[in-house]
Ligand binder design. Structure first.
Ligand code: FMN
Length: 266
């Protein structure tokens, strides 16, 4: 069977006190590291004015950069932009209005970051269909297709897209929309996310996507790739502890499958 790496989706955990990554994040990411796996780090602020939630990590001070270093060895970082959607972008300059204008800033960022570190180290995540935080677009499919085509010229590492069924965080909806045309338009590695369970492998084997990223299941199963491999039962996630600031609870205390079988035989 074709088993591709199980990708960790970006997950804001709000445990970076004062916007500084903390030592407990090393263990959290380490627990989820496997050979050949891909971990996408939580959303990371690039300035003190680019803040969405309390205690999210930043990368604009020397202290933050230093604090990332021991974690950095293993993960790719993600940053969020909000320019693309017509219901949030009310700019009247060259970065607002038409679809092309709204996409311009994101494409310039991809270009600039690619020039700095190499396009083969740049990944992008888009949630065109999502409507939470009052961020919706009147034609998400056109937006996604435009971006997929425009991104082709950069040769980036991957394009990661959230399924249309996940218009609200944590709630799955039936929808006629599919990532298929977008996946077909994008020529590089495509990562789909949202609402996947063990069916993720089917999405890969049928060519619907190259890789699948898991959010809540990877959060609650540090050894998710191994569990898929041996078809082990999965820990249930606890929504109540997603965003609490405890350095351990709901963060690094979800058991591995071997710990569970030990406790069963005690
Ligand atoms: C606790 C939590 C935090 C999240 N934080 C982010 C985030 O910072 N940026 C982002 O793009 N998506 C974020 N997401 C969305 C996930 O990356 C993913 O798309 C979502 O959980 C659906 O995938 P799943 O069904 O595998 O959980 C978050 C989801 C959860 C549950």
């Amino acid at each position: 069977m074709d088993r591709r790496p199980v990708v960790l989706a970006p997950l804001t955990r709000q445990r970076s006190y004062g916007n500084v990554p903390q030592p407990h994040a090393i263990l959290y990411y380490q627990q989820r590291t496997t050979k050949g796996g891909l971990l996408i780090a939580e959303a990371t602020g690039i300035s003190d004015t680019a803040q969405g939630y309390k205690d999210t990590p930043g990368i604009w001070t020397k202290e933050q950069v230093e604090a990332w270093k021991p974690i950095d060895l293993m993960v790719l970082k993600s940053m969020e932009l909000m320019f693309l959607k017509d219901q949030v972008n009310d700019r009247t300059d060259n970065y607002g209005g038409s679809l092309e204008n709204r996409c311009q800033f994101a494409l310039e960022v991809v270009q600039a970051v690619g020039d700095e570190i190499g396009a083969d180290k740049v990944g992008i995540r888009l949630s065109p269909f999502a409507s939470y935080s009052e961020a919706a677009d009147s034609n998400p499919e056109a937006l996604a297709l435009y971006m997929a085509n425009a991104l082709n010229k950069f040769g980036i590492l991957y394009c990661h897209m959230v399924e249309p069924r996940m218009v609200k965080l944590g709630e799955k909806f039936e929808t006629p929309n599919s990532l298929r045309p977008i996946r077909d338009a994008f020529k590089g590695t495509f990562i789909a996310a949202s609402g996947y369970n063990k069916d993720g492998n089917k999405a890969v084997s049928t060519g619907y996507t190259d890789l699948v990223a898991y959010g809540r299941l990877f959060l609650s199963n540090p050894d998710l790739p191994r569990r898929f491999e041996i078809d082990a039962p999965l820990n249930k996630y606890n929504r109540e502890t997603f965003y609490i600031s405890d350095p351990v609870i709901g963060y690094t205390d979800y058991p591995f499958s071997h710990q569970m079988s030990k406790s069963l035989f005690k």
